[in-house]
Design a protein around this ligand. Sequence first.
Ligand SMILES: Nc1nc2c(c(=O)[nH]1)N[C@H]1C(S)=C(S)[C@@H](COP(=O)(O)O)O[C@H]1N2
Ligand SMILES: [Mo]
Length: 397
Amino acid sequence: MITPSPQSRLLSRRRLVLAAAAGAVVSLPSVSWARPAAAPGIVKPLPPELFTVRGTNAETKWEALRDTGPLTPVDRFFVRNHTSTPRLEADTWSLRIWGDGLRGGPVSFSYRQLRALPSVTRTAFLECAGNGRGFYTSQQGDEVTGTPWTLGAIGAARWRGARLGDVLRLAGITREAVDVMPRGLDDPYVSGGVDHGRVRRPLPVAKAMDDVLLAYEMNGAPLPYDHGYPVRVLAPSWIGIASVKWVGDIEVSARSLGSPWNTEFYRLFGPAYPPGGSAPLTRQTVKSAFELAPGAVFGAGRTYRLSGRSWSGHGAVLAVEVSTDGGAHWRPARLHDAPRPDGWVRWSVPWRPEAPGRAALLARATDAAGHRQPERSVPNTQGYLFDAVVRHPVTVK
Ligand SMILES: Nc1nc2c(c(=O)[nH]1)N[C@H]1C(S)=C(S)[C@@H](COP(=O)(O)O)O[C@H]1N2
Ligand SMILES: [Mo]
């Protein structure tokens, strides 16, 4: 059961009073104030303390991660749905592997068979390629299309599943195979009058055979419906679209495969890129976020502990610097996790704001590949891979 925040209770009471004043008939059972915000097609509750609903998607609020450990609890893990969450059953689910990259014909695995294979458990973040997209516009004035996420289209979890490589080997993958394409069982994605078919995106065989999982557990429990129950792909360090949820079949091909998700979407287009766009996107960029609401209020002359997290798809985050004066001075943050590829590192700095007024908090990370967050991200029309330092507005009173 979700308890409404004091604010939503106030709001609803005001709405009731307004409705009564306007002479409307107020029937209590139909008043929806006690219910958390809903996104069409998402099964789990989306209380406003934890999520911002954006169309069919739900963005995690960073202030809701403040007291969480290295793993993001599923009750606050972001959801990115092209359509809506299907409620599948493990007993009737199966995974069909097919295509001309196999030695023989199609092979199917039941849920039970998949779970009987050797399992691996690994912690990895999962992040949408569009995470931070909103800052292209709000911080840089760039025009971009797509969901204007702030920084909450990311979560980290402990995933357990079978190795995709083991399953492909059992299915008889040949040396000629170059791409494999997992496809989801959710509804076809229709946008701008075009039916793009079911969500699917090719993975190069080298990645598929390396560290990709067919995951059936998240943080020690079966995957929740919204995150791919009963089985999803989990491609560590790559953009979220590579981790196809509700996977139903995988094509194994001796030729390279295409889908709208590696031709039209999830490439970089724009003045800085070739006319056909960049190569299909793979790894995530480096980012940092404060575990703080935008516009958070601090008292002058008091000492606070600012906390946040940084992560990168190119290697472990090795250093994080914080500026509390809008970028004029930087100091190192204290890291609270051992640097790990595919993971995020929690950090903190003490802060004693002196002068009342508005301030901007900035954090920038450097990863093991030598990427340090720039002041400005090179824009692309669909707003992917934002990596610039974000200016987090706060007020000192
Ligand atoms: N079948 C299917 N898989 C999907 C998607 C989808 O809509 N359908 N969305 C993708 C995108 S864009 C992202 S960012 C991640 C989000 O995973 P999550 O909802 O578990 O956080 O799932 C990916 N896999
Ligand atoms: Mo995504």
